[in-house]
Design a protein around this ligand. Structure first.
Ligand code: UDX
Length: 433
């Protein structure tokens, strides 16, 4: 089948390459010229394991093409996926829908055939209905159908999550063709016995908001327990293991530490609260404010712990921060707990040296005043405290004895509960979590 993907960021580039992998002919539309040039050359402008190979293969074969032209898009197909960003509005909790709206406003007047537009971006409930009305106003003597097919991919696993998802959810308006077409598009995925859930658009939009709210709540739940453990001298990882054996609870997303970040969970729970407020249901989601508060408190606690280790003041201290990405296997630093902590520590007068295997270029753009080191050893050189804030595999393999020789004082804080404490303590380190 022929289809267009509008927006080639993390979501759109992955979706476009994976649709080509399923055998479809795909045109990806990216309006930022620099990004477009990279993608058209078969290069992925961010780190996502497995995606560069897939993208290059399908660009080279001609199965996937990249353009900046909406006119070309309108000409190419009558199936369109919206995969543009929905960031948090500046100074507000709500989602900024300007890119989603712009996609409809630019595309629909150019359409000359009946078309299906399937939204994949995470949007506040009610968006598909509003866009359907907008498309209807803009369409010239044709039918434009809107449906919503939320995406649940995780960065770092984007390709396998798209090709082997836990489920496919589709929100359609009655009497449309969306279900038939979408079943055909995903036929080989559904064929792997993947549940295909067809519902109405508001329900589909809320499935995505609810999934992210639940995941964020799970993380903040275990981080709240971590706070109690710190006060009581108990071990939060042992608790997560023990409660995780209960199939009703499950062990996943119970890793305590410096909390969640990234381009999705933080902004999605805030947009969810804002939307519930608009609908007069603010109270129903008031617990999410506490989920957010607990999460932000993990960052402050990390700064306070570091200051305490330094004797009550960070002035003149040298702090090594290992990890800058919001999670391993990603170079994404959007709302990264690691960089947030590094920035706060620097503001309190410490000199901070950051190392990350993949995310330094992005970190430099966002936090240009921090120092960046090319290796773990250089970041830790003469450090008073070493903070591990992203659980990259490379950090789990550090030899504590080797690192002893480069630091000024052997203080390590495991901000992701990922290190072998006994090994560090044996090598003479003061180990904290
Ligand atoms: C998330 C959702 O998982 C995905 O389904 C949705 O489509 C987009 O948002 P992503 O942002 O890629 O995906 O990362 P995820 O793996 O969910 O991690 C989010 C954050 O939570 C990271 O900062 C991670 O370090 C943190 N986290 C995760 C924890 O602190 N503890 C955990 O147990 C799990």
């Amino acid at each position: 089948m022929r289809m267009v993907v509008l927006g080639l960021g993390y979501l759109g580039a992955t979706h476009a390459a994976c649709m080509a992998e399923l055998g479809h002919e795909v045109l990806g539309i990216e309006v930022v010229p620099e990004k477009r040039a990279h993608l058209a050359a078969g290069e992925v402008p961010f780190y996502e394991p497995g995606l560069p190979e897939l993208l290059k293969r399908h660009i080279d074969s001609g199965q996937l093409a990249v353009s900046g032209s909406y006119a070309e898009a309108a000409d190419f197909a009558d199936i369109f996926f919206i995969a543009v960003g929905t960031p948090q509005k500046k100074g507000e909790y709500s989602a900024d829908l300007q890119y989603v709206d712009a996609a409809i406003e630019e595309l629909v007047p150019l359409l000359a055939r009946d078309s299906l537009i399937v939204g994949k971006s995470t949007v506040p409930v009610g968006t598909a209905q509003r866009l359907a009305e907008l498309a209807n106003e803009l369409a010239k003597d044709i039918e434009v159908e809107i449906a919503w097919n939320p995406e649940f991919l995780r960065e770092g696993f984007a390709v396998s999550d798209t090709l082997h998802p836990d489920r496919i959810v589709l929100g359609t308006f009655p009497s449309g063709r969306a279900e038939k077409i979408t079943r055909e598009i995903y036929a080989s995925v559904i064929g792997q016995d993947i549940p295909f859930i067809v519902t109405d658009p508001p329900t589909a939009e809320l499935v995505k908001s609810s999934a992210n709210a639940f995941l964020a709540t799970k993380i903040s739940f275990i981080n709240s327990i971590a706070e109690v453990c710190e006060a009581a001298g108990a071990d939060v990882t042992a608790i997560a293991d023990a409660i995780g054996y209960d199939a009703r609870i499950g062990r996943k997303f119970l890793n305590a530490g410096v909390g969640f970040g990234g381009g999705c969970l933080p902004k999605d729970i805030r947009a969810f609260m804002a939307r519930a407020g608009e609908l007069g249901a603010a109270e129903a989601l008031s617990f999410l404010r506490e989920v957010d508060n607990v999460n932000m408190r993990r960052r402050t606690r990390m700064v306070e712990l570091t200051r305490k280790i330094c004797g009550g003041s960070l002035l003149g201290a040298k702090i090594a921060v290992l990890g800058a990405a919001f999670k391993p296997e990603s170079d994404d630093v959007r709302d990264s707990p690691a960089l947030n902590v590094a920035g706060q520590i620097q503001l309190q007068g410490a000199s901070v040296s950051v190392y990350d295997p993949k995310a330094i270029p992005n970190s430099r753009r966002l936090f240009p005043t921090l120092d960046y080191a090319p290796t773990v050893a250089e970041a830790c050189s003469q450090a008073d405290v070493v903070l591990v804030l992203t659980e990259w595999k490379e950090f789990l393999e550090i030899d504590p004895t080797d690192l002893s020789h480069v630091v000024r004082r052997r203080n390590i804080v495991d901000g992701r509960n990922c290190l072998d404490a006994a090994e560090w303590i044996r090598a003479g380190w003061e180990f904290r979590r």
